[in-house]
Design a protein around this ligand. Structure first.
Ligand SMILES: Nc1nc2c(ncn2[C@@H]2O[C@H](COP(=O)(O)OP(=O)(O)OP(=O)(O)O)[C@@H](O)[C@H]2O)c(=O)[nH]1
Ligand SMILES: [Mg+2]
Length: 635
């Protein structure tokens, strides 16, 4: 069990731990000189002979050192709230109480100190004051023990209450990856660097490799202490000291606020979605985008809070919010955090992390809020997943879920209506329904594309993706498309994607223009007009004919000279007839057969060369019988 003190300055927190354990704790010189606690103090003692060691964290009461108190209160099992009988409830009594409530510390005991200094009636008045203070919160009716650190009166009653609590301490789950928020680092002669902190989840053993600090530097655990005793391993809920070794690891690199994590959990983030609560004692509403100090683990980072369900949050109310941090943190779902004002003078409220990898887009959408709602109501991954997925158009990244829930994928039981999609960038989870909807939508978009661009075979992959405006990442989009291609719902012709029934045709406008041009081509026979002689808008005519050339309806023999497909086939037939009579085709023979000038005849033959119907040797040609046109054309 880990006990943390709480309470106003000078109310007797440090004296109480000394009276209880008989240990003075290691006070810094400045603390002795100033007669106050500045930073965290640590003590380990058995509450009675033979009992397991209890870890005590003594915190400073001075308002200027609340940030230290916050680092100490993280992960404690029981808050020992100290109130001096003479002063009664004071500002940091309230603030520390609010902090341990917001952190979700499971239990509290109240010690009324300095009872030797006051009349019993005063003790009674303070009791009532405290009862009123606790009444609206989770510690309503918590035991209050009147005592004196000077005379020792009441200390045994407190000891008994602590022993009872120790028996019933909520065993923290040792599941999940190891997480330790570092609160101290020092150097031990002969051993090297030692860091301490409260293990928040998982377990650690000698020989393990963990990732340290913002850069995720690998460090090896050379030795460890759990609750101040040498051990081979330690688990969540214990105070842990780890002797670390790593290349070029210097004490100056290690600070309170850094994390030690199981390798797979390391994932720095600067955007957290939380369930936020504003203290009822706040004088005015909290405004959207207000700057704050965020205390998470032993970290203290500045940032801003974007309210997700309104423009302001009234005192005592809660709301979903997104924290945008100025420096990266490490967090998992359920982590409590405390928000203090910009100048770090006042605790404003706090919250619980719902999603440490919060989205920047669509953060207020109905679907996103539904996801956040699901994250507040259930804790188990399998129970939350369906609600998360049914509200997600783009699916979820399983690796992020592992880190969000601190649960390795190997331990999941995926529900039936969930699809795990393989993509080039790893896997992605979808609800089966949403995946099928995505497919249907893609097919609709393709149909729409055909409608808008009837003269095109279809878009290529990149163009189709842009056309749909999808939020899916590229890799997932490709997997979606591949499924549709595999099932034949979409077909590919070369790079062009289209629906199987799609046939290229001209737009209505183009069709009308062609209706006008076609007779001119028919009348002209083997000598069609040049583009400039077709009349009308020359540019539009040229564009149409080029478009029709792509569709195979006309052929551009030389620039701006087009033959209809029918006419070109007739020319090809004549060529094949010549070839049937005489294997080698001369320009003159072709010219005489078609009745055109020599220049035009050569232009046509060269076109036949280009499309592979003929092969040229000097001014003679052979027909390539393997060419598509030769095979389609009956002489
Ligand atoms: N008479 C009397 N004096 C006490 C008692 N408890 C503490 N004191 C005195 O009150 C003063 C403050 O006690 P500390 O234990 O340092 O108070 P603290 O709550 O740890 O103060 P910070 O850590 O600075 O917030 C010291 O001079 C103590 O001797 C008590 O029960 N009776
Ligand atoms: Mg103290």
């Amino acid at each position: 069990m880990i006990v943390g003190t709480a309470g106003h300055i000078d109310h007797g927190k440090t004296a109480l731990l000394q009276a209880l354990t008989g240990q003075a704790g290691d006070r810094r010189r400045e603390e002795r000189e100033r007669g106050m606690t500045i930073d965290l103090g640590y003590l380990y003692a058995a509450l009675e002979p033979g009992a397991a060691l209890t870890g005590f964290i003594d915190v400073p009461g001075h308002e200027r050192f609340t940030h230290n108190m916050l680092a100490g209160a993280q992960g404690i099992d029981l808050a020992l709230l100290v109130v001096a009988a003479d002063d009664g409830v004071m500002p940091q009594t309230r603030e520390h109480l609010a902090i341990v409530e917001l952190l979700g510390v499971p239990r509290a005991l109240i010690a009324i100190t300095k009872c030797d200094r006051v009349e019993p009636s005063r003790v009674q008045a303070v009791r009532e004051q405290i009862a009123t203070l606790l009444a609206p919160g989770p510690y309503a009716g918590a035991p209050q023990i009147a005592l004196s650190n000077t005379t020792g009166e009441g200390i045994e009653t407190l000891r008994q209450a602590l022993l009872d609590a120790q028996e019933n301490v909520l065993q923290r789950s040792a599941h999940g990856g190891f997480r330790l928020a570092i609160d101290r680092a020092f150097s031990v002669a002969g051993a090297g660097i030692v860091v301490t902190g409260t293990a928040l989840s998982g377990q650690v053993s000698v020989g393990d490799t963990l990732l340290f600090g913002p850069q995720g530097k690998p460090v090896r655990v050379r030795g460890l202490h759990a609750q101040n005793q040498a051990a081979d391993s330690a688990t969540a809920g214990q105070r842990v000291a780890l002797n670390l070794s790593a290349e070029r690891l210097a004490l100056e690199q290690i600070h309170r606020g850094h994390w030690l994590l199981a390798e797979w959990l390391y994932a720095p983030t600067q955007r957290l979605d939380i369930d936020m609560q504003l203290l009822a004692s706040e004088p005015k509403p909290f405004e959207h985008f207000q700057p704050v100090h965020v205390h998470l683990g032993t970290q203290d980072v500045t940032g801003r809070v974007a309210l997700l369900e309104g423009a302001s949050l009234a005192p005592g109310e809660r709301m979903f919010a997104q924290i945008l941090l100025n420096a990266p943190v490490q967090a998992v779902k359920g982590d409590p955090l405390i928000l203090r004002d910009q100048s770090a003078q006042r605790t404003l409220g706090g919250g619980r992390v719902l999603d440490p990898f919060a989205p920047s887009r669509q953060r207020r959408s109905a679907e996103r809020l539904a996801q956040l709602q699901a994250l507040t109501t259930t804790t188990n991954l399998e129970d939350v997943l369906p609600a998360l997925l049914i509200n997600s158009d783009i699916g979820l990244d399983p690796q992020q879920l592992e880190r969000q829930f601190n649960r390795l994928r190997g331990t999941w039981n995926l529900p039936d209506d969930v699809r795990l999609i393989d993509t080039r960038q790893g896997q992605r989870l979808f609800s089966t329904l949403r995946w099928e909807t995505q497919k249907a939508r893609l097919v609709e978009h393709l149909a729409r594309f055909h409608e808008l661009e009837p003269d095109q075979m279809g878009p290529d992959r990149g163009r189709l993706r842009r056309f749909t405006g999808t939020a899916l990442d590229r890799a997932t989009f490709i997997s979606l498309l591949d499924e549709l291609l595999a099932s034949g719902v979409i077909t590919a012709s070369g790079p062009w994607l289209h629906l199987p029934g799609h046939q290229v045709r001209l737009s209505e406008e183009d069709e009308a223009l062609w209706q006008h041009l076609q007779p001119l081509f028919e009348q002209a026979g083997f000598d069609p007009p040049w583009v400039r002689d077709l009349g009308g808008n020359e540019v539009a005519v040229r564009l149409l004919l080029r478009k029709m050339a792509r569709l195979g309806q006309v052929h551009q023999v030389v620039r701006d000279l087009f033959y209809t497909d029918a006419m070109l086939r007739r020319l090809a037939t004549m060529l094949l007839q010549l070839a049937a009579q005489n294997e080698v085709i001369q320009v003159t023979a072709f010219r005489d057969a078609v009745g055109l000038g020599r220049k035009r005849s050569i232009q046509i033959l060269e076109y036949f060369d280009r499309i592979g119907l003929t092969r040229r040797f000097g001014d003679k040609r052979h027909v390539r019988l393997d060419s598509a046109l030769a095979r389609q054309t009956e002489p």
